[in-house]
Design a protein around this ligand. Structure first.
Ligand code: SAH
Length: 206
């Protein structure tokens, strides 16, 4: 069994959405990780990508994608490009993605990886995603890949379109995965399992 097949079989126990499993199988994670850890690219673990940041565990990417429930053609904001892998999975689900990263060098590496993987439909921006990207709002989906406090998530949810979903780790002492969705003027939310992410940090880096 290939490493890729083994990972998909492992995720199948926790992830019911076959579209998400197909997207994880389709995106070459090895292209998004640095050379020294490439042998572990298809392990179900987070890996260091430089600048003190990590590429998320595949199970967490799959879980967040399943919660976000992206449909083809939907507009998605991805906060925290990192390696670009999560953005690539969202694009594989048919989304048009705007992905923002505060480290210019990570964004540059992500751009090369996305090109090498032949991913289309992802626009990378270098900057502070704390306040989202109002210039491209509203979004059908907002994916936050760094642990964010309540007020930051409330600000991001203001950029959701009607029916739009936001998935993020909420930093509130501990970290919990959160899904929020907009219905008219109301934003509903549900707190889910405990997770572990690097923090959302204000301002650009480097
Ligand atoms: N989605 C990434 C994992 C990212 S880790 C992947 O698939 O590899 C979280 C990323 O969020 C880090 O790269 C970090 O630099 C970035 N980040 C943290 N605060 C940010 C902010 N305010 N704006 C933009 N990016 C931020």
């Amino acid at each position: 069994m290939s490493d890729r097949t083994r990972l998909i079989e492992e995720l199948r126990g926790a992830i019911g959405d076959e579209r998400v499993l197909a997207a994880i199988a389709a995106v070459p994670r090895d292209v998004f990780v640095p050379e020294p850890v490439r042998a572990h690219a298809w392990d179900n673990t987070a890996l260091a990508i430089g600048s003190g940041q990590t590429i998320s565990q595949p199970l967490v990417v799959a879980r967040m994608a399943e919660l976000l429930d992206v449909q083809p053609g939907e507009r998605v904001l991805d906060v925290g490009t990192g390696s670009g892998y999560h953005a690539a999975v969202l694009a594989a689900l048919g989304a048009r993605v705007w992905s923002v990263e505060r480290y210019p060098e990570l964004s540059e590496t992500a751009a090369r990886a996305l090109a090498a993987a032949g991913v289309e439909g992802v626009e990378l921006l270098v900057g502070d995603g704390w306040d989202g990207l109002p210039q491209h709002a509203p979004y059908d989906g907002i994916n936050v890949a760094a642990a964010a406090p309540e007020d930051a998530l409330a600000g991001l949810a203001a950029q959701l379109a009607e029916g739009g979903r936001l998935v993020a780790p909420l930093a509130d002492g501990e970290q919990r995965l959160m899904i929020a969705w907009r219905e008219g003027r109301h934003v509903h939310r549900r707190l889910l399992e405990a997770v572990r992410f690097v923090p959302l940090v204000r301002g650009t880096a480097g």
